[in-house]
Write a protein that binds this ligand. Structure first.
Ligand code: SF4
Length: 350
């Protein structure tokens, strides 16, 4: 094992790195920090993963069976992120560590190329951005996605990407080339357009306006793009006016579908969100306790109401109903635009 502290200030990465080492079964973990404004305060744990195609557990309700996740942790730092819990498996905390200590699987492209070439691989749909965002800031430096997209394209292997990162536009020509060979599904996550709410609850992400700009650029390049309207945050982004503003903006951006998903709060995200709510909206603490007192999900009647409202608005603005996710588990050439439109699901928030 080698610890390589390039800037001399990442000593505190040692414990977490050992967790990552145990998890990935790697021989080498390199910890780096970069003294540039966009990476200030972020520590990267570079690992060489043993496998990169992950099978989604059989009990999952997700419409895909295989995922690729080149990163763990996400500097987009959404307060509500369901993936926070996964950082605890690395011996890291689900709050600040999740936002600022990012595991990078530096061998992801070469490993994927090898696994796709295996005679055992059936060519099933591969979903990305389903755990953490593959176009988070780290991707600007590590540039893993071009190799990953290239590997999938070489095999004409269908895939989809869900992201909040406008960095996806860097790879537009690659995505367009892949779309000529196989089914490529792209969804951008935009839960609301309220700039004040965005700054506090999704502090590391490109603005909703910038994300909708990415939807427009993708559409203009001939790549159909859906919007996952996630999350709709009770009492903060769910008024009829807010829903209308968001769906109108999504339609104007040229999205082919809009799929609403109400906030859910599982352990890991729940505590972090509760502390944020207490700080920024203390008057809502009691209402949230009632709404999420029974578990991670808002009541079904509330989820149905939001879904109905968004679908009605989508019809009004000419987007049409949310396109159902079409990938069959284990199937070929299927491209889901996002998760199922209704009800509690084992989550994707990208
Ligand atoms: S919700 Fe998506 S973009 Fe936000 S922190 Fe989680 S993985 Fe990153």
């Amino acid at each position: 094992m080698r610890w390589d502290n390039l800037t001399g200030d990442a000593e505190d990465g040692a414990e977490g790195g050992r967790g990552a080492l145990a998890l990935f079964g790697t021989d080498t973990v390199v910890t780096r920090t970069f003294d540039t404004p966009e990476f200030r305060g972020i520590t990267f744990h570079e690992v060489r993963a043993r496998t990169i195609l992950n099978r989604v557990p059989g009990a999952s309700r997700m419409p895909f069976e295989w995922t690729v996740n080149p990163y763990r942790g996400c500097s987009h730092a959404c307060v509500y992120c369901f993936a926070r819990k996964t950082h605890s498996y690395l011996g890291l905390d689900t709050g600040l560590d999740f936002d600022s200590r990012i595991v990078v699987k530096t061998n992801a492209p070469e490993l994927l190329r090898k696994e796709l070439a295996s005679p055992r691989w059936t060519g099933a749909h591969v979903a990305m951005g389903t755990n953490v965002d593959c176009y988070q800031r780290a991707e600007g430096r590590y540039r893993l996605m071009p190799g990953i997209i290239g590997a999938l394209r070489e095999r004409a292997n269908p895939f989809s990407i869900l992201t909040k990162g406008t960095l996806i536009l860097r790879d537009l020509p690659l995505l367009a080339a892949a779309a000529r060979e196989t089914d490529v599904g792209v969804s951008v996550s935009v839960g609301f357009t309220d700039a004040a709410l965005w700054r506090t609850v999704e502090p590391g992400t490109p603005s909703p306006a910038a994300r909708l700009g990415a939807v427009r650029a993708l559409a203009d390049a001939g790549i159909e793009c859906g919007v996952l309207m996630a999350p709709v945050i009770p009492f903060l982004s769910d008024s009829p006016e807010q829903l209308r503003d968001t769906v109108r903006a999504v339609a104007a951006a040229g999205a082919v579908s809009v799929t609403p998903l109400v906030l859910h709060l599982r352990p890991g995200a729940r505590e972090w969100f509760a502390a944020w709510l207490e700080r920024h909206h203390p008057q809502l603490v009691g209402r949230y306790a009632r709404m999420y007192g029974d578990g991670a999900y808002a009541p079904t009647w509330y989820q149905r109401r939001i879904t109905r409202q968004v679908h009605e608005l989508a019809a009004e603005f000419g987007i049409g109903p949310a396109r159902p996710a079409t990938a069959r588990r284990g199937g070929r050439r299927q491209a889901p635009a996002g998760p199922p439109p209704e009800g509690p699901v084992q989550l994707v928030l990208g």
